[in-house]
Design a protein around this ligand. Structure first.
Ligand SMILES: Nc1ncnc2c1ncn2[C@@H]1O[C@H](COP(=O)(O)OP(=O)(O)OP(=O)(O)O)[C@@H](O)[C@H]1O
Length: 266
């Protein structure tokens, strides 16, 4: 069963720019798909389209995006809102896009949970503390009492991931979730996302510039360039026997991929 399926998707912006051209690939249940490619290749546009979160002026001009077999593009705003957060969640490069800077983490976290499930404030608080501990955040109570600016970038990003994962979504869309973090913290957050997938079976689509992250996390890799999907395949095939010339060049441009290595493509 596929959780998500892009079928011949094109996305156009108001200025006439086609940012994504006829892209098709599938995200099987419980799997991790990394979408890689240089800046401007259309990676964010593609996953934002799935979430119904294209920036103003962007629209899907053709194709279908199936979530568990149903075309998301035919959903009403109400339907999209009800699955967003509970069935599919999204995290961004900067948790600041997700967290309100003027409120402490605790109240916003509890409110997010209670938007989706009917539990008391106390129960929601417990769910939040459990998730924060799973993300290896020491002293979750203190995190709940903190404002976002009182936490490091890595802690904020972990808090955002915890919030996104609290509803046990079937699908997590992650746009460069580790790019703003330093290398050691990146590796830890990647490890924690892998653990969440293992524990909860959440499928993940991760957009990344970083071939190291893609190679370490993904079951499948999608390579994009100039809005086109150049290659899609199982991780080992794409890394070890790339079929597309652009993928070959991209891989040649990065040093040998060791599991622990973090390599950037730009
Ligand atoms: N709101 C917008 N209006 C017009 N063009 C846009 C808009 N957002 C993105 N684009 C264009 O669409 C193309 C794809 O952008 P997108 O952000 O999806 O690429 P990306 O691969 O995610 O890049 P990055 O890694 O830098 O985020 C780019 O040429 C970009 O300039």
């Amino acid at each position: 069963m596929n959780v998500l399926e892009f079928q011949d998707i094109s996305v156009i912006y108001q200025n006439g720019k086609t940012a994504v051209h006829n892209v098709s690939f599938t995200v099987p249940e419980h799997s991790i798909v990394a979408v890689v490619g240089e800046s401007g290749s259309g990676k964010s546009t593609l996953i934002r389209a799935a979430m119904g979160l294209l920036s103003t002026g962007g629209s899907v001009s053709q194709g279908r995006i199936l979530f568990e077999g149903e075309n998301l593009l035919g959903f009403s705003k109400e339907q999209i809102r009800s699955i967003r957060g509970s069935e599919m969640a999204m995290i961004f490069q900067d948790a600041g896009d997700y967290l309100n800077p003027r409120r402490k983490i605790g109240p916003q976290y509890i409110e997010t949970i209670r938007c989706h499930i009917q539990v008391s404030k106390k129960e929601a608080g417990q769910i939040a503390l459990d998730m924060l501990s799973r993300l290896k955040l020491a002293d979750p109570e203190r995190i709940m009492r903190s404002y976002p600016f009182q936490l490091s970038g890595g802690m904020r990003q972990r808090a955002a991931i915890a919030m996104a994962m609290s509803m046990h979504p079937k699908l997590l869309l992650a746009d460069e979730p580790t790019s703003a973090l330093d290398v050691t913290v990146q590796a830890q957050v990647v490890q924690e996302m892998l653990k969440l997938r293992e524990d909860m079976g959440t499928a993940i689509v991760i957009v990344t510039h970083n071939m190291g992250v893609a190679s370490r996390m993904a079951d499948y890799i999608a390579v994009m360039k100039n809005g086109y999907l150049r290659e899609f395949g199982a991780r080992d095939q794409v890394i070890n026997a790339p079929r597309d010339e652009y993928t070959q060049q991209m891989l040649m441009a990065v040093p040998e991929l060791e599991d622990e290595q973090i390599v950037k493509i730009r």
